[in-house]
Design a protein around this ligand. Structure first.
Ligand SMILES: Nc1ncnc2c1ncn2[C@@H]1O[C@H](COP(=O)(O)OP(=O)(O)O)[C@@H](O)[C@H]1O
Ligand SMILES: O=P(O)(O)OC[C@H]1O[C@](O)(COP(=O)(O)O)[C@@H](O)[C@@H]1O
Ligand SMILES: [Mg+2]
Length: 324
């Protein structure tokens, strides 16, 4: 089969996520196996605007499937959010004869990919962010690993909180999306999960904690997605309402973005990276790639960036029921 693209490039952008390396590896190796030339752009859109890219070979992506971070580095680039910046990026790709670009990143990076696509660059998005905030995919690359980090931390907090009959307020990442808090909360048995998608009342949260201790629980865990505010403020609010539950706050921060990706993330990244290249080769572009019910899908990137990811209320209610 004739490929619709001959020379492609790949970049990682925005907050990094575990599994980006596995995705780069899959893109590079699938491209090479199919006789394409492939370039790695350093530092996301910033590197694109600096024309900072190198040709990749099979060994360029050796020994990285198990590593967190991204060998291509990542960046946030203000210039690229301007029409002039986007035009410049498209021209640099054209000048090099690159006829396809794969962007691995989150919702912001997808916005940039959409702009390039509208400028005529054959672009594909791969969902690489711990936030799980991209629509038309059940999971983003890195989310599973980040949830694992949070669950591991909550396990540890439980030990010490139980000994002292205290409660824990744990702030987790997720810019505007409560998925890390939701999934980690369900998996760790958190008593309250505070997310931007569901309104809550701090009086009820504090009352629930008080009741839990009265009912014989020895600890209480509140998971707070950063999108609802600072864990410290939530903790102070609980102390004002019910000091006897003795809350202590823990902010997990960038720990959540590090570490070796889980097998789930490595497999997801490998499948999606391969899929994106195959799609470009068969003439498809301007899509965001994802996985829905186990099936790989490519959805118009314009639709992806303009659709808010649906929050899973069923899981939220299940977590609430089971943690009583
Ligand atoms: N509306 C936009 N138009 C063009 N580029 C954008 C837009 N929003 C974000 N970007 C680019 O994508 C980069 C990464 O976005 P960001 O939101 O920080 O991370 P993520 O992609 O992980 O969500 C930004 O620094 C910027 O260069
Ligand atoms: O790396 P920074 O600049 O501290 O940003 C932190 C943000 O990055 C994330 O980890 C990923 O978000 P983005 O990919 O949208 O940048 C968020 O969960 C968090 O709010
Ligand atoms: Mg984002």
């Amino acid at each position: 089969m004739m490929s619709a693209v001959k020379k492609i490039a790949v970049l990682t952008s925005g907050g990094d996520s575990q599994g980006m390396n596995a995705a780069i590896r899959a893109v590079v190796r699938t491209a090479l196996f199919n006789g394409l030339e492939v370039f790695g752009v350093q530092r996301g859109y910033q590197g694109l605007l600096n024309d900072d890219m190198r040709q990749m070979d099979l060994r360029s992506v050796g020994d990285i499937i198990q590593r967190g971070g991204t060998v291509l580095q990542s960046a946030r680039c203000k210039e690229f959010t301007t029409p002039e910046g986007q035009q410049k990026g498209a021209e640099i790709l054209r000048a090099r004869g690159i006829d396809g670009l794969i962007v691995i990143g989150g919702d912001g990076s997808y916005q940039g990919a959409n702009k390039l696509s509208k400028l005529g660059i054959k672009t594909m998005g791969l969902p690489g962010t711990i936030d799980n905030d991209i629509s038309f995919t059940d999971y983003t690359i890195g989310f599973d690993t980040a949830v694992g980090v949070v669950v591991d931390a909550v396990n540890k907090l439980r030990d010490t909180m139980s000994s002292h009959e205290r409660s824990s307020v744990v702030e987790v990442m997720g810019r505007h999306c409560g998925d890390i808090a939701l999934f980690a909360g369900l998996a760790s048995g958190a008593e309250s999960i505070l997310v931007p998608e569901v309104p809550f009342n701090l009086d009820d949260v504090a009352e629930r904690m008080r009741h839990n201790f009265e009912a014989g629980k020895r600890h209480s865990i509140v998971l707070v997605a950063e999108g609802v505010g600072k864990g410290e403020d939530i903790c102070n609010g609980i102390i004002e309402r019910c000091p006897t539950v003795e809350p202590r706050v823990t902010v997990l921060g960038h720990i959540q973005r590090g570490g070796s990706p889980t097998p789930f993330d490595r497999i997801l990244a490998s499948r999606l990276g391969d899929f994106a290249v195959q799609q470009l080769m068969s003439g498809v572009s301007g899509k965001g790639c994802g996985i829905i019910n186990g099936e790989l899908v490519a959805t118009d990137i314009d639709l992806v960036v303009n659709t808010k990811k649906e929050f899973n209320m069923e899981l939220y209610e299940l977590a609430t029921r089971l943690s009583q």
